[in-house]
Design a protein around this ligand. Structure first.
Ligand SMILES: [Zn+2]
Length: 287
């Protein structure tokens, strides 16, 4: 099977790990009809990075996994890199908050260079923790996030945001942050969106929706841009912690089987949103 309903099939956010299934997970994705994966970096080592070399090693691992994905399954893998925002508080325990923030800044600059060199398509995940942190760490996290937006502005790329669930006010705040950094519209993506962002809220932040069946059906008529993702976590210690990597193609197959008009809606997350946000056109692979 190649694509679904004549369209590429894109999972906008997943993680792969050399300690887990790695590139083999993409074979299942492909067998279900998937064609394109956005592979976000993560810590592959037991401790959070406390120096820039560790981040570079981490990004290189992500890049290698992406190459393996394409080699083994011919799924196109886009690399997304940044220091994980939650690292900051953990690194601060050994480095102190100031140096931990400086490390985040330098790792974000490194991620920006990767985008400039076309080794990555976006900065991600950046943002702030989904759990309470001290005021000092919270403040430093905010500075790191603003730096991420500046880097994205300078290199001209999207930003994939990790944050707690956002209500309309939260989306408006994020929208204001993007405008403050003069990021072009539709360049800020809220990943792991678990509830519909009503287009009437009128923000330019792009939701990347967790591909749960009920949520996908709810947002399908929305004009976009919006994405579908699994946030697949390739972690043998946490099986079933998130949706399986075959989920997006499975949902797409079900939708495409309902009606032609439903099938056509899939062009929003799989083609038009990728074009609008990333300036990339996902092509249907040959076979
Ligand atoms: Zn993630």
């Amino acid at each position: 099977m190649v694509g679904i309903a004549g369209l590429p099939v894109v999972d906008h956010h997943c993680h792969l790990s050399p300690a887990g299934e790695g590139a083999r997970a993409a074979v299942r994705f492909r067998a279900a009809g998937g064609t394109h994966l956005f592979v976000a970096t993560q810590n592959y080592e037991p401790l959070v990075p406390t120096d820039l070399d560790s981040y570079e090693r981490q990004f290189l691992t992500t890049e290698r996994l992406a190459r393996e994905v394409t080699a083994s399954s011919r799924v196109v893998a886009y690399v997304v890199v940044a220091p994980y925002p939650i690292d900051l508080g953990r690194a601060a325990e050994t480095l102190g908050v100031g140096p931990a923030l400086e490390l985040q800044r330098r790792a974000l600059d490194l991620a920006g260079r990767w985008v400039r060199e076309r080794r990555a398509v976006a900065l991600g995940e950046v943002g702030w923790p989904h759990f309470p942190v001290t005021a000092e760490v919270g403040e430093a996290t905010r500075h790191a996030f603003r730096h991420a937006l500046e880097v994205a502005h300078d290199v001209g790329c999207p930003v994939v945001v990790h944050s707690p669930d956002l209500d309309p006010a939260g989306y408006r705040e994020l929208d204001a942050e993007a405008k403050r950094a003069q990021l072009p519209v539709h360049r800020l993506v809220k990943h792991y969106a678990r509830g519909r962002l009503d287009p009437a809220v009128g923000v330019d932040v792009v939701p990347s929706y967790l591909a749960r069946r009920d949520l996908v059906n709810e947002i399908l008529p929305d004009p976009g841009p919006w994405f579908l993702e699994t946030d697949y976590l390739d972690d043998p210690r946490r099986p079933g912690a998130v949706l399986d990597l075959a989920t997006v193609p499975r949902r797409a197959t079900a939708i495409a089987g309902r009606s032609t008009s439903d099938a056509e809606r899939l062009a929003v997350p799989f083609v038009r949103s990728v074009e609008q946000v990333y300036g990339l056109t996902p092509q249907l692979p040959e076979r």
